[in-house]
Each structure stands twice: as structure tokens, then as C-alpha cells.
Ligand binder design. Structure first.
Ligand code: SAM
Length: 284
């Protein structure tokens, strides 16, 4: 049973058409109108679940105008669902203008959660840092991109970017230039699709890996970078340092170092020295 005069913000799959919730399907099958970026994309999704719907287009170039039309529909006691081509509306996608407009007119906005490429990538990246910053798309041109990256360089959070296939090499090349070769990158490509790939490496090795196989330059990308650590130690990756800190917080120093060496594969003596410096700096 839907709420009258409400806008439903509905997440759709990011590849695999079955990654849609039962609730999302109920809503899409019951609303009066579905607003979507591309009619054909949503029609294909709906048809695969045997749902028929009246569809109107809402994309970044007409969002303000169509928002007014949707508010008029809500005033007429209709229900409307907003979807985008993939994933969660409003996340590097249209949605925010419509949501604000609907709320400003006193109507309810109801989110129907589901797939999101950033969270999907993060969930399987194995990044131990509990904090992350979702950036989305970086500027298209190298100068702007490097300026944006420079501002993120010293943040102690994992960083998550979206990138298009035609910019992947240029983007990774700028990442190496700004962050250096030692930061860990996770390249998550074609999530939930046939050629889904996760590749974890140091930034210094990432370009070679992508260039070695042109297939790795195709499709959709989420790039995840480890965050900055206070101690700059080029021999021990940020992720390994983070693991060591976590263990030091829970175990006596020697035991933490031994376990960290086993987990990360780093030299025990080097980890021991690093642990002592963390202890001296009260970093755990
Ligand atoms: N709203 C979407 C979400 O919730 O993730 C994001 C839409 S944004 C226009 C599209 C970008 O998301 C792509 O360029 C890519 O960076 C990322 N993306 C979407 N689907 C993906 C997938 N299946 N695998 C990897 N990245 C994906």
C-alpha cells in the first residue's frame, strides 16, 4: 500500500538485474508514474521483472522543470517513483533538486534503498580503515583533477572515486603523481556483471596492470585508495600500518607485531620499529 502524494526514491541494480529489492519492485509496480533518466533503460529493467509502468524522463538537464511537473502530480494525489540508470538516485546522479522541491511543497519523500557502486566496491575491497570519503567523479581535465586530489592527499580516510573507462588511464596516472607509488589502490570494475574484477595493488603498479590488458580499461570503475597515515614509511604500505595499529590497540606490542607480520607479510623487525614509533607518538 503506497502513501498518496509521495515521491519514492528507488535504487535499481548497477548491473545484475536481480539486485533489486522486493519492496522496490512493489513500489515500481504500484506508482502512477516512474521518472527515469532513460526510458529504454528502465523499461528493460521493469520488463525483466514483468512490471509495466508509465514513464517520464528526468535527467540532469531537465530536472528543475520536470520537478515542477512532479510536484503538480503529487498535488493531484498521484504517487511518483524516481529511478536513475543504475544504483541509488542522488549519488553522482540526478535526484537532489527533485527531492528538495518535493519537500519544499510539503510532500513526503520515501527512500527505497538498494544497490550503490561505491558501497558495493567497499564491501568487498577489504579496506580495514573504518572511515571513508566518497568523492564520486573527479574533474575531467588533468589540471583540475590534480588540484582536487591534492586537497585529499593528507586525509586519513579511504577515498572512493567513480571513473569512466575513457579516463581511467589518465586518472590513475594523476593518482600516482599526487599520492606517490606506495598508496594502495583497489580497482573495482564491472561490479555485479560478467567481467567483475577486483585488483588490489600499490599505485606504482596500477598503470602497468591496466595497460597490460586492454580489457581492464573497459566498463565501469570504482577506485578506492587507502587513506594517509601519520607516519610516512615507504616500505610498509598504509594498509599494513593500519593493520598494525589495530592490533597494537588490542594486544601487547610483541604479539601485535608478530601477528601483523603474519597478516601483512612485512618484515617483523621493520614492523617492530614502526610499532615503537607509533608507541612513542601515542598513535594507538
Ligand atoms: N547512482 C549510482 C550509484 O548509486 O552507484 C552511480 C551513478 S554514476 C552516473 C555512474 C558511475 O558509477 C560509473 O561511471 C562508475 O564509476 C560507477 N558504477 C556504476 N555501476 C558500476 C558497476 N557495475 N561497476 C563499477 N562501477 C560502477
Amino acid at each position: 500500500m503506497l502513501t498518496k502524494s509521495a515521491l519514492y526514491v528507488v535504487a535499481t541494480p548497477i548491473g545484475n538485474l536481480r539486485d533489486i529489492s522486493l519492496r522496490a519492485m512493489d513500489v515500481l509496480a504500484s506508482v502512477d508514474v516512474v521518472a527515469a533518466e532513460h526510458v529504454n533503460t528502465v523499461r528493460y529493467l521493469l520488463a525483466s521483472h514483468s512490471i509495466a509502468a508509465k514513464i517520464i524522463t528526468l535527467h540532469q538537464h531537465n530536472e528543475a522543470t520536470v520537478s515542477n511537473k512532479i510536484v503538480a502530480m503529487l498535488a493531484d494525489k498521484k504517487t511518483v517513483a524516481l529511478v536513475t540508470d543504475a544504483g541509488t538516485p542522488g549519488i553522482s546522479d540526478p535526484g537532489a533538486i527533485l527531492v528538495n522541491q518535493v519537500r519544499r511543497h510539503g510532500y513526503q519523500v520515501i527512500p527505497i534503498p538498494g544497490a550503490n557502486a561505491a558501497v558495493c566496491a567497499l564491501s568487498a575491497a577489504g579496506i580495514t580503515n573504518p572511515h571513508f570519503l566518497f568523492y564520486g567523479f573527479l574533474p575531467n581535465k588533468s589540471a583540475g583533477r590534480k588540484r582536487a586530489l591534492d586537497a585529499l592527499k593528507s586525509l586519513p580516510y579511504a577515498l572512493i572515486f567513480y571513473e569512466a573507462p575513457h579516463r581511467i588511464l589518465a586518472c590513475v596516472s594523476d593518482l600516482v603523481e599526487v599520492f606517490g607509488e606506495q598508496r594502495q589502490i583497489t580497482i573495482a570494475r564491472e561490479l555485479t556483471k560478467v567481467f567483475e574484477t577486483f585488483h588490489v595493488c600499490k599505485l606504482g603498479d596500477a598503470l602497468n596492470w591496466i595497460q597490460a590488458d586492454s580489457n581492464q580499461q573497459k566498463g565501469e570503475f570504482v577506485l578506492l585508495l587507502s587513506g594517509a597515515t601519520a607516519v610516512s614509511n615507504p616500505e610498509i604500505s598504509d594498509e599494513s600500518q593500519y593493520t598494525l595499529k589495530l592490533l597494537l590497540g588490542e594486544l601487547p606490542l610483541k604479539q601485535a607485531v608478530k601477528l601483523a607480520a603474519e597478516i601483512t607479510g612485512n618484515n617483523k623487525n621493520k614492523l617492530y620499529k614502526l610499532a615503537l614509533s607509533f608507541k612513542a607518538d601515542k598513535e594507538y
